[in-house]
Design a protein around this ligand. Structure first.
Ligand code: NAD
Length: 289
């Protein structure tokens, strides 16, 4: 890092726990430097009872912006002044934007996912997608995809507490956007998943299956469900190629891992804070370290 900290340097940061593994400090500090913005980005591990104080610090210390990661994406909401429509629908915030003396909560995870589809050369607008998983990443993707104009979204999840909790949220997203959204049991009749995939241009894995310790597993019950016109996206980026992506690419399908979503969620946050485009050519290589 060559940036010189001055009396004018402003602060941006990541609130969560744990945060030390995050690539965001390198991404954003590089982007600030390349765009001539006098700011640095640090990560802050905070405790649950410190969330209110941390949000207060963003106001008091005039942060240029902040990100929020697990486990506080929902806990920050009561401390913010307003939410974007997507953050409201998702019920979670990953980006805080100071605006006219107020703090606005955004969720750029879904925006990041949708933007990254251009790199995969997949355009799901007006079409159907199938998504495995009903947790935080899945909800952000579903809400943004519905807002952007994806026509139909079929969500498959095992019958755990995520399945029970997402019902109401999906109904709210469907009502607000006009998207046709249905939830199915991932362990239910396989024909339902087969029919759904046959009508989809894109399969998204937004479960934790495929990352350690389930490296050799995939949430898709059977690889023969993959058809040649399907693109396969795994939001996991560690490992870079999950078992699902390996199977899909061996079948000749287009595939993407979660690095694009990670990059573009950061780009959307950076733009919301600064009004400038993130210099992707400088930032993208950092993700491959
Ligand atoms: P979460 O805990 O909110 O949701 C976990 C999901 O995985 C649930 O749908 C759960 O039912 C499902 N699941 C867990 N174990 C399963 C199993 N054995 N079989 C079937 N389903 C199972 O987690 P999250 O925050 O939504 O994260 C999910 C994944 O997305 C993680 O791998 C995370 O690293 C990744 N992620 C990537 C990005 C990105 O920018 N690329 C952003 C956020 C999350």
């Amino acid at each position: 890092m060559t940036a010189i900290i001055t009396g004018h340097t402003r602060l941006a940061g990541l609130l969560g726990n744990p945060t030390r593994h995050s690539i965001s400090p390198e991404m954003h500090t590089t982007a600030f430097e390349k765009t001539g913005i006098d700011a640095v980005y640090l990560s802050f591990d905070i405790k649950e009872n410190e969330v209110a104080d941390a949000i207060s610090a963003i106001r008091t210390l005039s942060f240029i912006g902040a990100n929020v990661t697990m486990p506080y994406k929902m806990a920050v909401i009561p401390h913010l002044d307003q939410l974007t429509p997507a953050a409201k629908l998702i019920g979670a915030v990953n980006t805080i934007v100071p605006k006219n003396g107020k703090l606005e909560g955004h969720n750029t995870d879904g925006i990041g996912f949708m933007r990254s589809l251009a790199d995969l050369e997949v355009d799901p607008i007006g079409k159907q997608l199938t998504i495995l998983g009903a947790g935080g990443a899945s909800t952000a993707i579903i809400a943004q995809a519905a807002l952007d104009g994806v026509k139909t979204i079929h969500v498959f999840n095992r019958k755990d507490h995520f399945y029970d909790q997402i019902h109401e949220k999906l109904a709210k997203i469907a009502q607000a956007t006009g998207c046709d959204i249905a939830l199915y049991d991932l362990a239910g009749p396989q024909q339902q998943l087969a029919d759904s995939l046959a009508a989809s241009c894109l399969l998204v894995n937004a479960t934790r299956v495929g990352m350690a310790p389930a490296l050799a597993e995939m949430a898709l019950p059977e690889e023969t469900l993959l058809h040649p016109d399907l693109a396969v996206y795994d939001v996991i980026y560690e490992p870079r190629q999950t078992h699902l992506l390996k199977v899909a690419s061996e079948r000749g399908l287009k595939t993407a891992n979660g690095l694009g979503m990670l990059l573009y969620q950061g780009a959307a946050a950076f733009e919301a804070w600064t009004g400038k485009e993130m210099p992707l050519a400088a930032v993208r290589p950092l993700l491959n370290n």
